[in-house]
Ligand binder design. Structure first.
Ligand code: GLN
Length: 383
């Protein structure tokens, strides 16, 4: 008899990002689906990695992350968010933001614990919760601005609620939290044992003079939070899979117990390079303006089509309504668009446990101008 697996994720298929990127390759499409830039990253940073490798920084660094890198991260967030993060006890460098989120869930969840999340939600959250025996409690964001109806959140909070996962700037919609959202969250969690997992990987990709309301700004919320960040989004190197998690000492101690027996520690030369590069603050402070110009350039080009934009205030993404083009459901239409027009996108229904069909697709605009131009040209021709 051969062994058989009793699946831990029986209802889960392959992530939509891999599915759409593979389809894009198959049909030689322009890939505006999976979120990654196609413009080059900073050469100074790649040179720093190269130097670190050549200088022999190729062995394990501290399991929580290179101490100098953690110091530089602490300096950055303490300055940007007026926080008081201790690099020794509160920061762990992780192989990407998704890993940080997974580890946070694994650290806190016991079977039967409930986690509140907002849909559309980044597609790893629910599997992360379920693989840890938790129960995902989904609250729909209000179409078309994808705001949170806080009364619905209050209705779902009960004695089993272990955590709320939040995400601003938001993937896939590009919505951004306001001070009012923070206040509502505060009202809900204060005096409870509810944890917050805050996905802030798009912290610097924020537009129209909006301010990123990091949980690190609010000591009373931070005391119950795991806050997750990504270097890939900040330095245009998503394939490096490098990020970090920040949490108060006692919580981080438990997080590190999980982390140490999973990946243990991250790529060393990249950490040496990032520690040096992080001192160049303009590199990330000017990012919002740069990505905003991409959003606007793409939006202007898209005026030639019948796709209608929904507002995006942050992230790599903008949603477009295609109801004037087709009445197909989002998944079918996204597939056909890849096959026939040669443009890959992500159907927003993939970010719901029970698919909702608003006839919107997510487009990644973090691309060279010529890529965006070529994609729109195909859309004009094909649809
Ligand atoms: N975060 C990226 C996106 O939303 C994808 C990352 C991945 O493919 N896992 O498109």
């Amino acid at each position: 008899m051969t062994p058989s697996i009793y699946s831990k994720l029986p209802h889960i298929g392959t992530t939509i990002f891999t599915v759409m990127s593979a389809l894009s390759v198959k049909h030689n499409a322009i890939n505006l689906g999976q979120g990654f830039p196609d413009f080059p990253m900073n050469e100074k940073l790649t040179s720093l990695v190269n130097e670190a490798m050549k200088s022999g920084y190729n062995q394990y660094v501290h399991m929580c992350g290179l101490p100098l890198l953690r110091e530089r991260i602490a300096e950055k967030v303490n300055e940007d968010y007026n926080a008081n993060v201790n690099p020794e006890t509160d920061i762990t460098v992780t192989p990407g933001g998704t890993y940080a989120i997974y580890t946070a869930f694994t650290t806190i969840l016991q079977p039967g614990d409930e986690v509140i999340l907002f849909e559309p939600a980044y597609d790893s959250y629910i599997p992360n919760i379920e693989i840890n025996g938790g129960v995902a409690v989904s609250i729909p964001l209000e179409y078309p601005d994808y705001s949170i109806n806080w009364d619905r959140v209050k209705e779902k909070v009960n004695g089993k609620t272990k955590a709320i996962i939040i995400n601003t700037p938001h993937n896939p919609t590009g919505s951004v939290w306001s001070a009012e959202d923070i206040e509502q969250l505060r009202n809900i969690v204060s005096g409870t044992g509810i944890f917050i997992i805050s996905d802030e990987v798009y912290e610097h990709l924020i537009f129209d003079n909006k301010k990123h309301l990091s949980i690190l700004r609010y000591p009373d919320l931070f005391e119950r939070s795991f806050v997750c960040f990504s270097f890939g989004k900040v330095y245009h190197c998503t394939g490096w899979k490098m990020g970090y998690c920040i949490a108060p000492e006692g919580m981080m101690k438990e997080f590190r117990k999980v982390h140490q027996f999973n990946c243990f520690t991250c790529n060393s030369p990249v950490q040496f390079a990032l520690a040096q590069f992080l001192t160049e603050k303009n590199q990330y402070r000017e990012l919002g303006v740069f990505l905003q110009s991409k959003r606007d350039y793409f939006k202007k080009l898209m005026e030639q089509t019948k796709f209608k934009p929904l507002p995006s205030f942050g992230s790599y993404f903008q949603l477009y309504d295609y109801s004037e083009v087709s009445q197909e459901n989002e998944n079918d239409f996204a597939i056909r668009l890849t096959q026939e027009a040669g443009v890959a996108t992500i159907p927003v229904s993939a970010f719901y446990k029970t698919p909702v069909d608003n006839k919107v697709l997510r487009f990644c605009f973090a691309k060279k101008e010529e890529t965006l131009e070529a994609a729109v040209e195909r859309l004009v021709k094909g649809f």
